[in-house]
Design a protein around this ligand. Structure first.
Ligand SMILES: [Mg+2]
Length: 226
């Protein structure tokens, strides 16, 4: 079975985190929580968000513990406040996507609208059908390292089998379940000295992964840019 579909994680995979971007996420979580009724100041809310990101890799759930703010509302509003203007474009990734024939899909722990904003800013959105952009709200806020549901939801949207898919992630723990399901798994950016068995390949950047795929194509188009 040909692996003709690439499922991309978004955050940390299609861009890299920077201190400025991380600060924007903390600020966005605090603004959104206060808009939804968190009673503390912006500074207090930012301290709580930072605690959530540092301790639990999630700056939102900490605001939802007393059930007055729902994760669904906060999740959507939070992403609207993140400033993505600082991300430099991946010019060569766009070029490689144009020159390969894979179907592209995005599976994020963020919202689908957030993924669309990132893809647009990356100049990649035109490679993705809207129904192939799946956010956490589409799979009941399950986590990729804990549940098959994110991947099953994605496969149902695509009409594909796991054996047709390559999953690209910056977080290795999110690769264990899809690998067991039958996907090829690619780790980027946060490489490991001794990758576990569920990492099929690792590449320093998504562009290098796409270059590898492009070179494997039997009838690749002539390309003077690469
Ligand atoms: Mg990620």
């Amino acid at each position: 079975m040909t692996r003709d579909t690439i499922i991309w994680d978004v955050d940390g995979t299609l861009y890299t985190f920077t201190p400025k971007f991380d600060a924007s996420c903390v600020s966005a979580a605090a603004i959104a929580a206060r808009q939804l009724g968190y009673p503390g100041s912006q500074e207090e809310a930012e301290a709580l968000a930072r605690e959530g990101f540092d301790a639990h890799h999630n700056g939102l759930e900490i605001f939802c513990r007393d059930n007055t703010i729902t994760l669904n509302d906060l999740h959507r509003l939070y992403h609207e406040h993140i400033d993505i203007a600082e991300m430099p474009p991946y010019a060569r990734l766009t070029s490689f996507m144009r020159r390969t024939e894979h179907t592209h899909a995005a599976l994020t722990h963020g919202s689908a609208d957030w993924a669309k904003r990132v893809l647009a800013q990356r100049q990649l959105l035109s490679f993705f059908s809207p129904e192939h952009i799946v956010g956490m709200e589409n799979y009941n806020f399950q986590k990729k390292h804990e549940s098959e549901l994110p991947f099953e939801t994605m496969l149902a949207r695509l009409g594909k089998q796991p054996e047709q898919c390559i999953l690209v992630e910056d977080s290795h723990r999110n690769l264990a379940i899809p690998h067991a399901m039958g996907m090829e798994t690619i780790l980027v950016h946060r490489l490991l000295d001794e990758p576990p068995h569920y990492v099929t390949h690792q590449f320093k950047t998504p562009e290098l992964f796409m270059r590898h795929l492009h070179r494997q194509q039997p009838n690749k188009p002539a390309n003077r840019l690469l």
